[in-house]
Write a protein that binds this ligand. Structure first.
Ligand SMILES: Cc1cc2nc3c(=O)[nH]c(=O)nc-3n(C[C@H](O)[C@H](O)[C@H](O)COP(=O)(O)OP(=O)(O)OC[C@H]3O[C@@H](n4cnc5c(N)ncnc54)[C@H](O)[C@@H]3O)c2cc1C
Length: 437
């Protein structure tokens, strides 16, 4: 018989969209929830300095591939949605149904509740409009994209989305964490979970480190939502073999074009417009970034002559659905080589983006180096998780982008929120319809 004392109904590790949606769903229904979050819960200031401290510390916060490519994530309450571009992309319902998962109702409910809409004409930016016009002239179905933004609070000519919105305009997973805390959930910040404690194949608690001390806490059920890199690390240390291999990162690059006479383009919400070549697995969108980041990207790519270009530049993001490959060596280092097909997709995307820029009037075009922002499929449904996101240990679940069964190549947050809402209902005993087949 166990000697541990269960202090909580559920412990949720990590507070990105995966963890936050589960914590909110459970606490709303009276469950005693503890959220353990490695990052801070300070107000978001929208400064370069705060962004650096939350995510741009190589290895400890920003994992690097062995080839030196950065994988961007945010270590703070709300997770990477603090940095994200707030694009609400429709989940791949068909692909998930293949694995016995139907989140259509959850997404319909989230669409009703969250501030999801295309950007208003007042907030549109000349570079995004010109990108959309030029792409359409070349025959691409480029449209305004759905955004997760309280547009009444969003400021024109602001460049702080990527740092973390200081105006509370950008919806991010902190909104769900705040709600969970209002519902009575407890959150402990600066708590780095090391492993899950198990007894006879059943998860009973977690071990975490905070301010140099090791703590253990126990609950009926454990949900790991530490993100695509964090979750497999915790599971490996807990004795689950094989996780963290053959994963995707949705590699991306920025292709930029300077258009004489275009003015006031740099400061705007990123990803206002875009399109996707479904079969090729390539997505395109405008991607406005703060000026300092553009300088860093230019220097990183040896585009020294372009560092002063900003307000007359159209920045296009090219993102691909990559092949599953590589291995997570530890939380800070991953081995992930792009396949020949991945490189061909990126090259095709870069060519298309340059054509769009030239058609828009750009005299000069140039590209950033390759980065990644969506590490996923490290603890796959169908391989390491069942359709209810349960691991091979009873009472242990995973809910974040690591659970994706296949690479997606699309912005994943809405999908993760749908999975988290569904998991909360499952843990409450409200069986979603699709799990009955
Ligand atoms: C620049 C950028 C732009 C993006 N734009 C979009 C977009 O427009 N639309 C979209 O849908 N997606 C976008 N994304 C991707 C999206 O933000 C992520 O896919 C999403 O946040 C992943 O959610 P998650 O819950 O899996 O993990 P995360 O959001 O990364 O959350 C994981 C949490 O776990 C915590 N954690 C990690 N390890 C531990 C540990 N050991 N113990 C305790 N806590 C831990 C972290 O601090 C973090 O809070 C973007 C990403 C980036 C980087």
């Amino acid at each position: 018989m166990s000697t541990f004392q269960k202090e909580f109904d559920v412990i949720v590790v990590g507070s990105g969209p995966g963890g936050a949606s589960v914590a909110r769903g459970l606490s709303k229904n009276g469950k005693k929830v503890l959220i353990l979050e490695m990052g801070d819960y300070e107000p978001t200031k929208g400064t370069f300095r705060q962004m650096l401290s939350r995510g741009w510390v190589p290895v400890t916060k920003m994992p690097l591939t062995t080839g030196g490519k950065p994988i961007v994530r945010a270590i703070t309450t709300g997770g990477t949605t603090n940095f994200y571009s707030a694009c609400a992309y429709e989940p791949p319902f068909g692909m998930l149904k293949k694995y016995g998962i139907d989140i259509t109702q959850e997404i319909a409910d989230l669409r009703d509740e969250l501030p999801i809409d295309v950007i208003s004409d007042e907030l549109m930016n000349p570079a995004a409009s010109l990108f959309m016009k030029s792409a359409r002239e070349l025959g691409y179905d480029c449209r305004k994209l759905d955004k997760l933004i309280y547009q009444d609070k969003c400021k024109r000519n602001c460049q702080f989305c990527t740092y973390g919105c200081p105006n509370d305009a950008k919806w991010n997973a902190r909104y769900f964490v705040d709600e969970a805390v209002e519902n009575g959930a407890q959150i402990i910040n600066h708590a780095k979970v090391r492993k899950v404690i198990t007894e006879n194949g059943v998860a009973i608690g977690v071990e975490y480190k905070r301010r140099g001390k090791t703590h253990r806490t126990y609950a009926e059920k454990i949900v790991i939502g530490a993100g695509g890199i964090g979750s497999p690390g915790i599971l490996k240390k807990s004795g689950i073999k094989g996780v963290g291999s053959d994963f995707c990162t949705d590699p991306l690059m920025l292709v930029m074009g300077k258009v004489e006479g275009l003015e006031g383009t740099g400061r705007a919400v990123p990803m206002m417009t875009g399109f996707r070549l479904e079969e090729e697995g390539i997505m395109f969108s405008d991607l406005h970034i703060p000026q300092i980041l553009k300088v860093l990207f230019d220097v990183h790519a040896f585009n020294f002559g372009e560092v002063t270009d900003y307000s007359d530049v159209i920045p296009i993001m090219v993102k691909i659905r990559d092949d599953l490959s590589g291995k997570i060596i530890n939380n800070g280092l991953v081995s992930k080589k792009l396949s020949k097909e991945d490189k061909q997709k990126l090259a095709l995307g870069e060519t298309i983006a340059r054509n769009i820029l030239v058609n828009a009037g750009a005299k000069k075009t140039y590209s950033s180096r390759i980065m990644a922002a969506h590490p996923g499929a490290t603890v796959k449904i169908g391989e390491h998780l069942d359709k209810n996101l349960k691991t091979r240990f009873d009472n242990l679940y995973v809910c974040d982008c690591s659970a994706f069964p296949e690479p997606m190549g699309i912005p994943p947050t809405l999908t993760i929120l749908g999975l988290g809402t569904r998991l909360a209902a499952h843990l409450l005993g409200n069986e979603p319809a699709a799990t009955n087949h």
